[in-house]
Design a protein around this ligand. Structure first.
Ligand code: LLP
Length: 434
């Protein structure tokens, strides 16, 4: 467990987050329950922004809200002065309904429809990231009709290999995202953009993947992106002004990952900024406005999920299944990516582990597992189990599979908790059924 001021185990072995005892949380809100440490989120936002200002001085952090999207998170990041990366009109709508300024949004996606694009342009979304040739014509047409202009970035694929699960690697030449620099497709898209009337071609974007620890991968991306930035400016005789390098910073899930403090997270920003300063100088390009889009690193370690232990099935000589009241419907990441998590016996975290469990969800599917080979003290039905670092891509990827309710979300800070997404009920389950 990566403990910190706001995440600790009390002397009697109870897990505490944001100054609140998990037992109090489960009594108040039930289980399964997503819990977010608000101070952690705010601290990370601050340290990212400070680091960007200190080492580069010209840019902005856009929180990648696909990691965790609900009205409250947009309010928090707005208060911290961040922008938002959005990938659907649903995310745009959620952000707008929370009072988030559309100007501070960057809209991504490899298949944004005409309707999506019109929604974005009409609502004044700051940047749209071009990821298909025909999208250029569509936005131009929409702008013409509305007698407006739209700032756009071109998503290119710099072909940087990042060591992460292949589903979340995005910058290989055959990726569905972006235009490859290597194959010349990026030049074709850039040429089209330059010759389009109602678009302001402001800059370039890339995102090399997610859960990446090697800083060199990001530095290589900076190098390739600044090369291409220079090439576009020179060969088309235009002045770009924005470089968006995406997100992807790795976080701690288990002891196989580095344990980061806030300052260590800032190092990702520092190394990107230093490399960019160096490239700007060496290559003689104008200093671009730098956008970075971390998602996981802002909310991932802030979140934990609390469960009640249900049936325990010991298969002699083979496996001990510990079933929880959640599962792949609220955390599909083991099923999708064989993701690993740290699991804590939340009311007896000081006790010595003596039993190996497979933590199973309640869905009607063998692959519905949350974690394997987990060492815990002997567990009993009714006890609380905590899964750590679930703040990113858990609630946002939840579903009603097997008609389970998506759990509520609670924020904790300074010993207090409040609900920010309420629990679903039977009405939600049948709401759209005719
Ligand atoms: N920017 C773009 C354009 C992205 O596609 C992503 C993530 C990010 C920023 C944020 O990346 P982060 O800082 O969170 O690594 N569902 C997967 C992760 C998918 C990431 C998709 N794109 C998972 O659960 O691991």
């Amino acid at each position: 467990m990566n403990t910190r001021d706001t995440l600790s185990v009390t002397n009697n072995g109870t897990l505490q987050i944001g100054g609140v005892n998990v037992k109090d949380l489960t009594s108040l809100y039930g289980t399964p329950l997503y819990v977010y440490d608000k101070s952690y989120i705010k601290n990370i936002c601050e340290i990212f922004t400070e680091s960007l200002n200190k080492y580069y001085g010209f840019g902005k952090i856009f929180y990648a809200s696909k990691a965790f999207s609900c009205k409250e998170i947009y309010r928090i990041i707005k208060d911290k002065g961040l922008g938002a990366d959005v990938v659907s009109t649903g995310e745009i709508f959620t952000a707008l309904s929370s009072g988030f300024n559309a100007e501070n949004m960057c809209f991504h996606g490899n298949n944004k429809s005409k309707v999506d694009l019109e929604f974005a342009v009409k609502n004044g979304v700051g940047y749209i990231v071009i990821d298909a040739i025909s999208e250029i014509e569509d936005i131009d047409f929409i702008c013409k009709g509305l007698n407006t202009r739209q700032k756009v970035l071109l998503r290119v694929n710099p072909g940087v290999e990042a060591h992460t699960h292949h589903y979340i690697q995005t910058a290989k030449p055959d990726s569905k995202f972006g235009f490859s620099i290597e194959t010349g497709d990026a030049d074709i898209a850039a040429n089209k953009l330059v010759n389009t009337e109602n678009l302001d071609f402001c800059g370039l974007h890339c995102h090399i993947g997610s859960q990446i620890f090697e800083k060199t991968s990001f530095e290589i991306a900076v190098d390739k992106m600044t090369d291409y930035y220079k090439k576009v400016c020179e060969s088309f005789g235009i002045k770009l002004s924005v470089l968006n390098l995406g997100g992807g910073f790795g976080i701690y899930y288990t002891d196989q990952d580095p344990k980061f403090r806030y300052e260590d997270y800032a190092d990702y920003i520092k190394s990107i900024c230093e490399k960019l300063n160096e490239c700007v100088e060496k290559k003689g390009i104008n200093k671009p406005f730098l956008i970075l889009e971390p998602g996981r690193s802002i909310v991932g370690e802030a979140g934990i999920t609390l469960y009640t232990v249900g049936r325990i099935k010991k298969i002699s000589g083979l496996k001990n299944y510990l079933s929880i009241d959640g599962g792949m419907f609220e955390n599909p990441r083991f099923a999708l990516y064989q993701a690993k998590y740290t699991v804590v016996a939340a009311e007896k975290a000081n006790e010595k582990p003596n039993t190996v469990y497979t933590i199973a969800g309640k869905c009607c599917e063998s692959g519905d597992i949350i974690a394997e080979n987990v060492n815990l003290p002997e567990m009993k039905e009714g006890e609380i189990l905590a899964v750590m670092s679930t703040g990113a891509y858990n609630y946002s990827m939840a579903s009603n599979y097997n008609r389970n309710f998506i759990p509520p979300v609670v924020m904790v800070e300074n010993g207090k908790s409040y609900l920010c997404v309420k629990k679903q009920d039977y009405n939600d389950i049948v709401r759209n059924d005719l």
